[in-house]
Design a protein around this ligand. Structure first.
Ligand SMILES: *Cc1c(COP(=O)(O)O)cnc(C)c1O
Length: 393
């Protein structure tokens, strides 16, 4: 599934069937006439964009969106034939390449629109035009609107297929900014005739803030992560947080114990000797590190699952290695499968522990981590070792 060779005892399992179920579940939530734009930028947040795109059928998914030209081209070159939306921004030379590959531009402002209009002297272009309804990042602002309308009117070969905007804080239902953005967008977009609008990301879509007929741009929810700002439980003993609005997680990040040793009390573990054993301890080493995207902020902070039980990360996370304390899991063995992310270790937990959001936790999982279909454990070596509780999952 990825370019990495497949012999590492550290891997990400991607459940393609669960992804397809998540697509169905999102589509089922949409109002009449609304359709899904699947956002698979940044290699589908580290999940493997090509494999996920292959699961997207035209009846369910109207378009696939990416951020970079390279990402759209990777999908086209892999034979993905669905309409592609490139959020951009793009330079003038990139625009021509995108058009050659039937990629729709998500033009983000007057500068890019100017480039698009120049290209449209020689060929037909259809674009989605982004408005800034309040986020202050990309999009045409209110003061630029008049000039933008003039540019569109004087470029007969440029067609506006859609007008769109992006919410700054839809993950927080109590922020009035989202409603203000909707009102501002309706007011601004009335000046640009277009057959289609799209505003909602995962959070807005899961909250049902979608007008009939509007498309939605959903990334995170397709991966089964929680798009709203709800506090995750950091252990199985904590009560679950507020009403969660999430589907099935589709990624499990696994590794194996590759070293298991007994250390006496008072022994240092890892760089900087930031951990010292307080008792005679069993310390296991895992072949994964921050170069794989296992965040160094999980040093003396993260937890992993061994034989269905939580084991703490002790000492610093190294580039290629992580040490965990399995003293309280006496049946832990050399070769045991270990879950870094998946089952009760949620992406929301890792995000909370590392002071970031789920999007970033996923994006950090590097291309060095090979991806396998989720049923791999049924076969070969993975059937003989590891976490019994996961077998039935
Ligand atoms: C990334 C992105 C999305 C998807 O956001 P999620 O929170 O993953 O649903 C939607 N729209 C734009 C413009 C984006 O950049």
């Amino acid at each position: 599934m990825s370019t990495a060779p497949d012999f590492r005892p550290t891997w990400a399992e991607i459940d393609l069937a669960a992804f397809a179920r998540n697509v169905d579940a999102i589509v089922a939530r949409l109002p009449l006439g609304s359709r899904l734009i699947a956002v698979l930028k940044a290699n589908a947040y580290g999940h493997g964009a090509v494999e996920l795109a292959k699961q997207c059928r035209a009846e369910k998914v109207a378009m696939i969106a990416t951020a970079l030209l390279e990402e759209s081209l990777e999908l086209r070159n892999a034979g993905i034939d669905l309409p592609l939306l490139l959020l951009g921004p793009l330079t003038e030379s990139q625009i021509s390449i995108a058009l050659d590959h039937r990629i729709t531009l998500g033009v983000v402002g007057p500068e890019e629109l100017e480039s698009a209009c120049r290209v449209a002297r020689d060929r037909d272009i259809s674009i989605h035009l982004k408005l800034d309804s309040g986020m202050g990042r990309m999009g045409v602002t209110e003061s630029e609107l008049k000039r933008v309308v003039e540019m569109i009117q004087s470029t007969p070969r440029l067609r506006i297929d859609a007008v769109y905007t992006h919410f700054a804080n839809a993950s927080n239902p109590s922020d009035p900014l989202t409603d203000q953005q909707i009102a501002k967008f309706r007011q601004m977009s009335a000046k640009i005739p277009a057959p289609l609008y799209h505003l909602a990301n995962s959070a807005a879509t899961m909250r049902g803030i979608v007008e009939p007929g509007d498309f939605v741009r959903v990334g995170l929810s397709l991966l089964g992560a929680e798009p709203l700002d709800v506090a995750p439980a950091l252990s199985r003993h904590e009560p679950p947080g507020e009403a969660a609005l999430r589907f099935e997680p589709i990624l499990r990040w696994r590794t194996e114990i590759v070293r298991l040793k007994e250390l006496p009390a008072g022994h240092a573990v890892g760089y900087g000797a930031t951990f010292r054993t307080k008792r005679p301890s069993r310390i296991a080493t895992l072949p994964v590190g921050y170069a794989d995207g296992y965040d160094r902020l999980l040093s003396n902070n993260g937890e992993v699952l061994v034989r269905g039980r939580r084991a703490p990360v002790v000492g610093r996370v190294s580039m290629d290695l992580v040490t965990i304390d399995v003293t309280d899991i006496p049946d832990a063995r050399f070769g045991d499968e270990v879950t870094l992310l998946g089952n009760e270790i949620t992406v929301e937990e890792l995000a909370k522990r590392t002071g970031t959001i789920s999007h970033e936790v996923f994006c950090r999982i590097s291309r060095r981590v090979p991806q396998r279909p989720s049923h791999s454990w049924r076969y070969g070596r993975y059937a003989t070792t590891g976490d019994a509780s996961l077998r039935s999952a």
